[in-house]
Design a protein around this ligand. Structure first.
Ligand code: FES
Length: 123
């Protein structure tokens, strides 16, 4: 038997736009809580004893900057937006542990359409 896979990967956008940049970013100098969310996510997973089977990953921009801070949960392609520490705790309890997507925090359909199959993009 091999080394077990993680049950989930949680990709946390850690992009921080430089001062003066017109575009918003998931980690903001003007939103102190946004700077603490990655650490909060990792600590919460550790405190619940599930860090071995849920892998938090820091990423750069996930292209949904207007709705930040965002995370992407895999498997499932579930994009959660406008995150706070409280929302992350609920996502861990209800989605990761409980198996139920927290639909009220999920990005809207207009901003998260169906994926484009790679074979349909080949020219
Ligand atoms: S800065 Fe986070 S999605 Fe773009």
């Amino acid at each position: 038997m091999g080394i077990p896979q993680p049950a989930f990967y949680i990709f946390k956008c850690q992009q921080s736009a430089p001062p003066g940049m017109p575009k918003p970013s998931c980690v903001s100098q003007t939103n102190p809580e946004s700077q603490q969310l990655m650490q909060h996510l990792s600590q919460s997973l550790m405190m619940k004893g599930i860090i071995a089977t849920v892998s938090p990953i820091q990423t750069s921009c996930l292209n949904r900057c207007q709705q930040g801070p965002v995370i992407l949960v895999e498997p499932g392609h579930t994009m959660y937006v406008e995150l706070t520490k409280e929302k992350i705790d609920r996502i861990i309890d209800e989605h990761i542990i409980g198996g139920n997507v927290v639909s009220e925090y999920v990005i809207n359909d207009m901003d998260w359409g169906e994926p484009i199959p790679p074979d349909s993009m080949i020219r």
